[in-house]
Design a binder for this molecule. Structure first.
Ligand code: RUB
Length: 325
């Protein structure tokens, strides 16, 4: 008999997040939240404590898929913290919790979709007719800004980095091509060479720290340096659920390091004695290099960003690890 606690579909989504079939911080969060619904709906017990134990277990499995995109734990926190409040208020039937979990999940997904649209609108305000915009990796949120500006009739061009080692820049180029935006794909190391042709840089974020530093795809901080050197505005498009509440309590954002086989073939490395490969998936761009963080609440400098978040969400009162027993 299988010792799996949840349906195969649940584990398939977990695997898809790990292997990056589902990727990009917002998509990861939405997929994880939907997967929590799959797990919750499959639970057969009528015992509330046992139900909570299993839901937390499912959340923990999801949290462990990819460590850097804070949107994922934030999506699960959004649901679990509300359920815990309901429990404290006296809700005591598994069927009610299942229903509530479904409705909180829908609320999160809806608010994520709305946030992206608003970011597109606010961000497009920063783009002018004739701008050449450089973007890195594949951020749905950064693309929303670029595409909204284009649909407003602004004649813009994009330079997209290919984004080694997983080439997410190709996805970006494909999306822009479909929309009809003229795009030049370049190797990552050509960024500084092209910077004098760039009017604005727009990237997404996997996490934003309490000091306004932005964690995004590896190479982002080098692009920020090059932009800074050329006085090119560097903007980050990110929903507020990319804010890492852990960083308010002194915890650092973990940078995911992936398999070396994403960088070179196994057989190539096996022939060498003194060579090793490192493959960090993200890096940290300090706030000094960021001109604006575009969120669904408005456009902010990294210096005020954490205050806005705290004022809006009262994040200090949030249970950080609601999946813990
Ligand atoms: C993706 C990446 C994206 C952010 C933001 O990394 O770094 O810039 O996740 O994306 P990976 P979005 O390919 O390793 O997941 O704006 O779509 O949330």
């Amino acid at each position: 008999m299988s010792n799996k606690l949840f349906p195969d579909e649940f584990y398939r989504i977990v695997e898809d997040i790990k292997t990056m079939k589902i990727r990009g911080a917002a998509e990861i969060a939405i997929a994880a939240v939907k997967d929590l619904v799959i797990a919750s709906d499959s639970i057969t017990t009528n015992d509330v404590d046992e139900y909570f134990r299993l839901v937390k277990k499912a959340a923990k499995i999801l949290v462990d898929t990819r460590p850097t995109a804070v949107s994922l734990p934030n999506g699960l926190r959004f649901i679990l913290n509300r359920l815990i409040q309901d429990y404290k208020r006296g809700v005591n039937e598994v069927s009610s919790f299942k229903e509530k979990l479904r409705s909180y999940a829908n609320e999160f997904i809806e608010s994520a979709k709305n946030a992206r649209k608003l970011i597109g609108m606010y961000g497009a305000g920063r783009i002018e007719d004739g701008d050449v915009i450089l973007t890195h990796c594949n951020s749905g949120t950064a693309l929303e800004v670029i595409i909204t500006a284009f649909r407003q009739g602004k004649n813009i061009k994009v330079i997209a980095t290919e984004t080694r080692p997983r080439y997410q820049g190709r996805i970006t180029a494909e999306v822009l091509d479909k929309v009809g935006i003229e795009t030049t794909l370049i190797v990552d190391s050509a960024v500084r060479y092209f910077m004098n042709k760039v009017d604005k840089v727009i990237v997404g974020a996997d996490a934003i720290a309490a000091n306004g530093a932005v964690v995004n795809k590896i190479g982002t901080s080098l692009i920020a340096l090059a932009a800074h050197e050329s006085s090119v505005p560097f903007m980050v498009a990110a929903e507020t659920f990319k804010f890492s509440p852990d960083t308010l309590f002194g915890r650092l954002i973990e940078i995911e390091e992936r398999e070396y086989t994403e960088v070179v073939p196994k057989e190539w490395l096996e022939k060498l004695k003194y060579v090793k490969i490192r493959n960090p998936a993200f890096d940290v761009t300090p706030p000094e290099y960021i001109d604006a963080i575009i969120t669904e609440l408005g456009v902010f400098s990294p210096a005020v960003y954490p205050f806005i978040i705290r004022e809006r969400f009262g994040i200090f009162y949030m249970e950080l690890e609601p999946w813990k027993d």
